[in-house]
Design a protein around this ligand. Sequence first.
Ligand SMILES: Nc1nc2[nH]c(I)nc2c(=O)[nH]1
Length: 271
Amino acid sequence: LDLSDPATDPFEVARAAAAVIAERTGVAQHDVALVLGSGWGQTGDLIGETLATIDNADVPGFAKAAVAGHSGVMRSVAIGDTGRRALVYGTRTHFYEGKGVRSVVHAVRTAAAAGCRTIVLTNGCGGLNPAWRPGTPVLIRDHINLTAHSPIEGANFVDLTDLYSPRLRDLAREVDADLDEGVYVQFRGPHYETPAEVQMAKVIGGDLVGMSTSLEAIAARQAGLEVLGISLVTNLAAGISDQPLDHAEVLEAGKAAAERCGRLLAAVVAK
Ligand SMILES: Nc1nc2[nH]c(I)nc2c(=O)[nH]1
């Protein structure tokens, strides 16, 4: 079940992962999956009671997070008293880790194999709109994938119209009417963009720059999941303000926004 072996069927690894999740959580089906990006780490707790915690290393296809401070676990969380379950991933595999696109989207495929019909992809990102101060959550309306890669293998021409569900975006705005929307541009990373690259992103229609999410969203569409994407602007993208990027500022902004983001996630997921 080695995802890096071309002979392996990645969907078979996802089914094996879902079987471990069902066995360890005691439920055959989860309903909504959440990927918590930078700054979203603590928001999962506001969704409901954690009923099981599984170490990523115990689940086929997942690697133990190497990054200090990132939890290498996934959690089965009761969604309020709806009787439904959320599968909450505490960390994600970024494309820049060089583990291959299959690893980047494995959590998405596992969520679908575990029965989820919806996935909420969150991330931390840079904002191109100066009105979006650090700590502002922004709904993703569409994306521009600059990775030059796709998770889809073979002549499988998946349509990506309305990839970011208008229905779920409306639901989110019912919860928080002030939410703005924007186009998310995925760069490979791990370096931040130059000011010139940020201006390019702006010229081609981008509002947010990040290093995740678009490949996961494409895989989610292929798996038939309804997708909601929410970015947390943790910094102004390079060159938008004359200040250099500071990762400490990024993490600080994420923590400050956790309350608003947690309430938003909890309410959307419960609908
Ligand atoms: N590409 C890119 N990714 C990011 N992630 C975070 I947090 N901030 C940024 C940013 O400014 N650019």
